[in-house]
Design a protein around this ligand. Sequence first.
Ligand SMILES: Nc1nc2c(c(=O)[nH]1)N[C@H]1C(S)=C(S)[C@@H](COP(=O)(O)OP(=O)(O)OC[C@H]3O[C@@H](n4cnc5c(=O)[nH]c(N)nc54)[C@H](O)[C@@H]3O)O[C@H]1N2
Ligand SMILES: Nc1nc2c(c(=O)[nH]1)N[C@H]1C(S)=C(S)[C@@H](COP(=O)(O)OP(=O)(O)OC[C@H]3O[C@@H](n4cnc5c(=O)[nH]c(N)nc54)[C@H](O)[C@@H]3O)O[C@H]1N2
Ligand code: SF4
Ligand SMILES: [Mo]
Length: 723
Amino acid sequence: MSRSEALSFCRICMGSCGMVVTLDEERRLVDIRADREDPQTLGFACFKGLRAVEAHYSANRVLRPLKRMPDGAFAEIGIEQALDEIAERLAAIRKAHGPEAIAGYKGGGGFFTSSAVTLLIEWLQALGSPKAYSSATIDQSAKMVTAGRIGLWPPGKPTIAQCEVLMLLGTNPLVSQNPPFDVRNPVKRMKEAKARGMKLIVIDPRRTETAQFADLLIQPLPGEDVSVLAAILHIILANGWEDREFCEANVADLETLRTAVAPFTPAYAAARADVKAKDLVEAARLFAASGLNGIAGSSTGPDMGPFSNLAAHLIEAINVVCGRFLRAGDPVPNPGAILPRYPRRAQAIPAPRWWDHGPKSRIDGSGMLAEEMMTGVLADEILTPGEGQVRALIVHGGNPASSVPDQRKIVRALRSLDLLVCIEPTMSVTAELADYILPPYMQYERPDLPFWLYEYMIYQDEAYTRYTPAVAAPPEGAALVHDHEIFWGLAKRLGIPLTWRGVPLDMETSPSVDDMLAIAAKDAPVSLDEIKRHPRGLIVDGEPQYVEPAEPGWTGRFTVMPDDVRAELDAARREGEQNEDGRFFYRLAVRRLRETFNSVGRDLPTTRKRVPYNRAYMNPDDLAVLSIGAGDEVEISSARGSVVAVAESDATLRRRVVTLAHGFGGLPDAASNRGYYQDGVSTNLLLDDERRETINAMPQMTGIRIALRRAGRVKVSHQRPSS
Ligand SMILES: Nc1nc2c(c(=O)[nH]1)N[C@H]1C(S)=C(S)[C@@H](COP(=O)(O)OP(=O)(O)OC[C@H]3O[C@@H](n4cnc5c(=O)[nH]c(N)nc54)[C@H](O)[C@@H]3O)O[C@H]1N2
Ligand SMILES: Nc1nc2c(c(=O)[nH]1)N[C@H]1C(S)=C(S)[C@@H](COP(=O)(O)OP(=O)(O)OC[C@H]3O[C@@H](n4cnc5c(=O)[nH]c(N)nc54)[C@H](O)[C@@H]3O)O[C@H]1N2
Ligand code: SF4
Ligand SMILES: [Mo]
């Protein structure tokens, strides 16, 4: 049999690992391996990315459009017929209830399809609905809130390769390939950074793979970042370790910050977070007073805890008071490969507070971030009757029935819709509830660019991009559709003109994927055709860019402690002073697994062998105190609900913490749910969407108070172990 090889890259996560795929004579995917010669990702590929062949031929893959019939079963339907019917139903809903009754939710699959990444938003805008939601607001949107409240510095920060010191909170980039670390082969880049002497501070309840490289590891109780961070600021300011010159020129309210963090002494934070006060002092010293330049950054740990916006704000406040930004005259290491370049003046842009303008949620008054509304409110928007009630939802590459906190509530909401359409390649728990499932081309079957939407936030040195053509043919008998063709097809039928990245699309002939990518790259320093000429990618040099000095007379300043942030800080302090509910002694923490990507991949045979269900990881001493053995079933209860999972001993976790990865579990109370040992269980049964942050309505997803007991036996103990 004649086989061929092709170069491409993985589009499951931000790593964009260079791959070599092997194809048979029918262009069927038969093998995949990391591209050792890839100049960016340097031969790295993970377990998830290497499952591509299984994923493309998975029994769980939907290969032809499906429609729910009156008896509840799915039947195949042609794509044109499906789009006709969906457009007709949308038109009727719009006529009867207005455009706001139509909403969309985008998840990871939508984010990683470069030719349609923002098209759901533009499609909804064309319809007249502001109701675009995405996984971003059940993720790290605290960073957007922070930029909106503290202000922006257009030149950006030093990249990882420039950092002499790096403080990471609640992130494990060596497994998650997530910013603020370099996402291109992070293990190798971490080794390089350590070899050149970079100091690493890790603040995480778990001794993670990343923490193995730490010079200082602090393991707080999850949910206590605010105290830890306020104490670090307290120590920096009390010792005069801030960059005074930078603060004088660029910070409006340093004294307000100083007063606000004064009560957060090292001893106070140490008691709340259960860490050593001297370690907090050492972290502050190493970061701020050792003469090293570098940044503090976080990911889901602080961004999903209680007062997550405040925690993210305090992290950025540490960067601001220490002046950890590029300065006038510095070269801009990565001016961007796809997005337009812009002037980089060394001046603070005052807090734009975007959410104050534009449409607001009728439920809680929350506004918009990056042209989206807040997913924490989505279930209520669907369930609450009245003007503006959401009745139709288009899900673009997301799995909200799995990913949104309070699973029972979001599933109830999704079931109550008049119309649920999923652009989705697998029979996910959300797809199970759909009226129509429209299966898109999967990654190696479509042309693409690496994820460029957050290009400005990627901490890598080079303005790098690449193009991949469609290398593999879809499985035999498949009738697939490109994501953008669905939005275009619906817009055409509804008679609304559609734009993409601000460019009006031809509404007579459907654009190709390449047409969409060319528009996405329209402001790049090089054309898509030029990018295509470099199969392993290219560094888009363009004109070298340098940070320009501030405009003469510029008065814009950072606001490190505005009133609303101050109010949150006071509330966080008061909350800690309230008595802890003794019933809920343990805390559930977020954590990602190597083998799965949120809910993606867990149905694949090889993955199931390794991770058949999500285990509850606990410190061995906690297991001993509770008389739970590894392999026993443990009941985990929160104020919201209760789940049972298999306990596993994990000495990398500090005591009083349990991790149970999200993305597992069938639909609650559904006949299709095969139970824990087949599907695992959803962490989101333990979370609620009632405690929401202001501005981004972010639910609390880590540091959840829980009780534990061995399941199926006499109640063991809710008591505190002696520590
Ligand atoms: N309890 C708890 N809940 C969480 C989290 C947590 O830590 N704990 N994490 C949160 C975070 S950070 C996130 S980002 C969200 C994730 O939220 P979602 O994005 O809603 O969930 P995923 O499970 O990633 O779903 C991605 C979907 O995209 C589909 N897909 C895969 N490939 C393609 C493709 O090529 N095209 C299209 N159109 N679709 C594709 C997959 O089959 C899958 O159904 O979950 C959040 N929920
Ligand atoms: N293999 C794999 N990679 C992924 C994903 C996946 O599911 N699997 N998901 C992708 C997505 S959608 C995202 S958003 C990123 C997320 O990327 P990361 O945020 O890096 O995700 P995690 O690896 O879960 O790291 C979170 C860390 O926070 C710690 N933590 C938990 N609670 C707290 C807390 O309250 N405070 C502090 N300081 N730390 C805490 C946990 O112990 C854990 O080490 O990863 C992406 N990459
Ligand atoms: S899923 Fe794995 S192989 Fe794919 S881009 Fe991410 S790290 Fe690379
Ligand atoms: Mo995420």
